[in-house]
Design a protein around this ligand. Structure first.
Ligand SMILES: [Zn+2]
Ligand SMILES: [Zn+2]
Length: 176
């Protein structure tokens, strides 16, 4: 699979070329080369430990997207990606090896080119992990906020002074 072609597709979605996007492209390339197919539904689920540019490459190339609910964000500040395939019941985790994606003396373009020209095993620690994926995305009932009147997912309703409220209305005093 050609890293440059995958990068072009990722740029169309993400908007620009950058080293972060290249990291996500290389992670997605590795996952696709292991016999995993683009996820039209929730066949795959990605658990990502950062919300930087790299995640956009996973969304567009793997089909693990925020909207479908098969992209789970853990705010750990790490360039690590766990991919679970519900069909094969296999899972793997890729984690960027410190110092392997260029240094501060290199320009952004130089770093991007270096990453795209790397072997995945040269930039990621890659290991098979236990298959224990997050649950499927749930469809929940909605409720109506008694202050603003907007529909809210029932699990996000909060009570205050006997009223069922959305989170934004709950955050300010009633009657404002
Ligand atoms: Zn970017
Ligand atoms: Zn409200």
């Amino acid at each position: 699979m050609d890293a440059k072609k995958l990068m072009e597709r990722a740029i169309k979605f993400h908007g620009h070329s950058c080293p972060g996007l290249a990291i996500g492209v290389m992670a997605a390339k590795y996952v696709l080369e292991q016999g995993n197919n683009f996820s039209a539904d929730e066949e795959m689920v990605a658990v990502v430990e950062n919300d930087n540019c790299s995640v956009d490459a996973l969304q567009v190339l793997l089909g693990t997207t925020f909207g479908k609910g098969n992209l789970i964000f853990l705010d750990y500040g790490k360039n690590s990606y766990s991919i679970f395939n519900r069909t094969s019941e296999k899972a793997l985790r890729l984690s960027v090896i410190p110092g392997k994606t260029g240094d501060r003396n290199m320009s952004k373009d130089e770093r991007t080119a270096k990453i795209l020209g790397s072997d995945p095993a040269g930039i990621f620690n890659i290991k098979e992990i236990e298959f224990n994926p997050p649950d499927y995305a749930k469809i929940r009932d909605s409720d109506i906020c008694e202050d603003c009147g907007e529909a809210v997912m029932s699990t996000r309703i909060k009570e205050k002074e006997g009223k069922k409220l959305c989170i934004s209305c709950h955050g300010r005093s009633l009657g404002d």
